[in-house]
Ligand binder design. Structure first.
Ligand SMILES: Nc1ncnc2c1ncn2[C@@H]1O[C@H](COP(=O)(O)OP(=O)(O)OP(=O)(O)O)[C@@H](O)[C@H]1O
Ligand SMILES: [Mg+2]
Length: 276
């Protein structure tokens, strides 16, 4: 009776789980059809850009039951193509929020973003988002490569899988990964694979290297990032790995929602950075 009772008690939870699973799957399908359109949007447009400007952008999180809100900004920054920018700062300083604004996932309360002098508005936002490939720290992996097209997709993916030291674990056929049941660090590498295949002009990695072993951290900062830069990509890296700060062209530091420093990396500063 006890065992039976246990099974009966679990049934509602299973039903709920089933519904949630189905919704997730449906989400996958809608994303697939949605992204296919978006990708063609960017393919028809030129991927080249000259200037990206954030003008007095800000975001406020209203915290229920607390007196103080978290306010990011107002922030003014401008970027050029091909820059390798590190965004640093303590936990809760607003790094992730800044990139959500930068990528157009959050709309700024005030100010605006301009790409090549054109202000991003409700009409151009979806197109603007297609310039970015982002791996957030709370990323989600799909087995099916969504929204990617190309006859040599599998082949390209295999080359990247080997570069990411995953070929012995994962294979790809018809744009579908053989497995995503991997360790956290390996799953993050798969997220990077997707970003690579998307091949957008601007890459953003939110603490990507945090779960990587020391060896692969080195591969990421000293090999993968310079390679992406050599391919002409603009890269934003949110990072706490100060021993690799010398790789950056530019380091932007946030504190409590404000930009407290924005420095070009020179050799001297690099030496200081590693000494700290
Ligand atoms: N969804 C949210 N709702 C309310 N407040 C939030 C939300 N997300 C973040 N915050 C608050 O905004 C502040 C900045 O968060 P954010 O995630 O941008 O920081 P971060 O610099 O990326 O930190 P970490 O290094 O821990 O990733 C934090 O104080 C956090 O409490
Ligand atoms: Mg963050």
């Amino acid at each position: 009776m006890t065992a039976l009772q246990l099974v009966l008690n679990t049934l509602p939870q299973l039903t709920r789980a089933n519904v949630a699973l189905r919704s997730t799957e449906e989400l996958g399908f809608t994303l697939a059809s949605q992204e296919a359109e978006d990708v063609s949007l960017l393919n028809t447009a030129s991927q080249a850009w000259q200037s990206l400007e954030l003008k007095s952008i800000s975001h406020t999180y209203h915290r229920e039951g607390e007196n103080s809100d978290f306010v990011l900004g107002p922030i003014d920054l401008s970027f050029k193509p091909g820059e390798l920018v590190f965004i640093t700062g303590g936990n809760g300083s607003g790094k992730t929020t800044l990139i959500k604004l930068l990528t157009g996932l959050y709309t700024s309360e005030r100010g605006h973003i301009s790409l090549d002098g054109r202000q991003i508005d409700a009409f151009s936002r979806e197109h603007y988002r297609q310039y970015f490939s982002v791996v957030f720290s709370d990323f989600y992996l799909f087995e099916q490569m969504l929204g990617l097209i190309g006859s040599d997709l599998d082949e390209q993916a295999r080359a990247y899988l080997s570069q990411l030291k995953l070929s012995h674990k994962v294979d790809i056929a018809n744009g579908r990964l053989s497995t995503i049941e991997l360790s956290q660090g390996q799953r993050k590498r798969l997220a990077l694979l997707t970003a690579y295949l998307e091949n957008r002009p601007i890459y953003i990695f939110d603490e990507w290297a945090a779960d990587q072993d020391p060896y692969f951290k080195g591969v990421f900062y000293l090999q993968l990032l310079p390679e992406l830069k050599a391919r002409g990509k603009t890269i934003f890296v949110i990072s706490h790995d100060d021993r690799y700060y010398q790789v950056a062209d530019r380091i932007i530091k946030l504190d409590d929602g404000q930009v407290v420093s924005d420095t070009r990396n020179t050799m001297e500063q690099a030496a200081l950075g590693t000494a700290n």
